[in-house]
Design a protein around this ligand. Structure first.
Ligand code: GLY
Ligand code: MN
Ligand code: MN
Length: 436
């Protein structure tokens, strides 16, 4: 778990980058209704969690920077002994300063009275510009209040900055403390996949394998998966975001599982594809080994000095060559890639940043160029080949095969560190595990 000091260091780092005379405001997530008076499990906004560690809804963080001085303020729900009997502990303003290390705290109901005062005279206001219209409207209201008070000497900020952009760039490069948590997310995610492989048998239902995974996550404290688990038997593996998970898996079919645990807000993201009966057929194995070869070659591309797209180019080339070798495509590999013909069978990217969000933040291009890798960035590598069951252009034996293999890797000065290597991915190793 990250400490209050760690979060305070992130705030200090952010303040350092903001221009002088800035006020930064960042809202927490609200609670969301699932139906009637039942709520979805609360998940804090990742940017807010990163800068505060504060896991309650209805809160707002304010940072002010002026000359050499700065100030951190947290607006929170008030302590309410009666409400806390029903819905649990609230840190309150005292907790915000004492446990979370903020300089000052107010209750959230004081926001419209206090925010214009805090904003008065600042040159810049920084907030997430492009994600929350309701919040942007509130910022507008606070600025309008100030603008209307001009004869009393108040002044609204002159310019806006996108606070999210600053935070996203910070989140992209993980600290050692974050990597320790991501190792744990990787380990628990891997255990879930191993449990599912060991439990699989012909005729089992997709949700029964999902249950093995969730059971493994929850009993280790990872109460929620980082995203909805995908468990697709047979041709369901060819539906990229299949989450119905309600079909029986027939003898002879592959099953594709894409699932990851969330640990202290950080995601694991693993995909494995294996035969439900423990033995790959010749056709399944042929496709599998091409995807695995692409994956390994792509992992080799994860090094400092490469930009963040070479691993996708590598997978694309090997997978396209494989499609030709299997008779799925005809023509020369360069021409097929050029024309996009390969996207018939490989229609997604080879990976994405991962961290507090499974599809994590941070720009992929800087000034129009693919950005270079830096130590501490974490990416998935997840090539795949998906041959729809009704694809009449594909040789019959390959129809309905969908395969993806995915691990999470940390960029380092040396070899990348694989956070999810514990789950076997060599076809022989998967078969051996399933025999045992
Ligand atoms: N689980 C989502 C993804 O692999 O991108
Ligand atoms: Mn992924
Ligand atoms: Mn995934």
């Amino acid at each position: 778990m990250l400490t209050a000091r760690w979060h305070a260091e992130r705030r200090a780092e952010l303040l350092e980058q903001l221009p002088d005379n800035t006020i930064a405001v960042l809202p927490a997530n609200p609670e969301l209704i699932r139906n009637n008076d039942a709520e979805y499990p609360f998940r804090q906004h990742s940017n807010f969690l990163y800068l505060t560690g504060f896991n309650e809804p209805d809160a707002l963080m304010v940072l002010r920077k002026q000359g050499n001085s700065s100030e951190s303020i947290l607006f929170v729900r008030p302590k309410d002994p009666a409400a806390e009997i029903w819905t649990g502990f609230r840190a309150g303003t005292e907790g915000a300063t004492q446990a979370y290390g903020f300089d000052r705290a107010f209750t959230i109901d004081q926001i419209d009275a206090e925010l214009p005062k805090l904003m008065d005279g600042a040159e810049f206001v920084a907030y997430p510009l492009n994600e929350n219209k309701a919040f942007a409207n509130r910022v507008f209201d606070w600025m309008e209040t100030l603008a209307k008070g001009i004869r009393r000497g108040s002044a609204a900020p002159e310019a806006t900055l996108d606070l999210a952009d600053y935070i996203h760039e910070m989140r992209l490069v993980k600290t050692p403390e974050e990597l320790a948590i991501m190792r744990e997310a990787g380990r628990i995610s891997a255990e879930g996949h191993i449990a599912a492989m060991m439990a699989a048998k012909p005729g089992c239902y997709e949700y029964q394998l999902e249950a093995e995974i969730l059971h493994t996550f929850v009993r280790q404290g990872a109460r929620f998966p980082a995203y909805n688990s995908i468990v697709g038997g047979g041709a369901n593996a060819c539906i990229l975001h299949y989450i119905e998970n309600n079909k029986a898996i027939n003898d002879g079919d592959l099953v594709l599982i894409d699932a990851g645990a969330e640990v202290h807000g950080y995601a694991g993201d693993i995909t494995r594809t294996f035969p439900v009966n423990g033995r790959f057929t010749g056709e399944q194995r042929a496709v599998y080994d091409i995807v695995l070869e692409a994956m390994k070659a792509s992992i080799d591309e994860l090094k400092i000095g490469n930009h963040c797209k070479t691993f996708h180019e590598k997978s694309t080339r090997i997978l396209t060559q494989g499609m030709v070798d299997l008779g799925l495509l005809q023509g020369d590999v360069d021409g097929l890639i050029e024309s996009g013909a390969h996207t018939r069978y490989f229609m997604h990217g080879t990976g994405h940043h991962i961290g507090l969000d499974v599809h994590d933040v941070g720009r992929y291009k800087l000034d129009g160029e693919w950005r270079m890798w830096q130590p501490g960035m974490v990416t998935t590598v997840e090539p795949g080949i998906y041959i729809q069951a009704n694809d009449e252009r594909a040789p019959e034996g390959f129809r309905g095969i969908g395969i993806r293999i995915e691990d999470d890797l940390v960029l380092t000065e040396a070899e990348p560190e694989n956070l999810t290597a514990q789950v076997p991915k060599e076809a022989d190793d998967i078969e051996a595990l399933m025999r045992g």
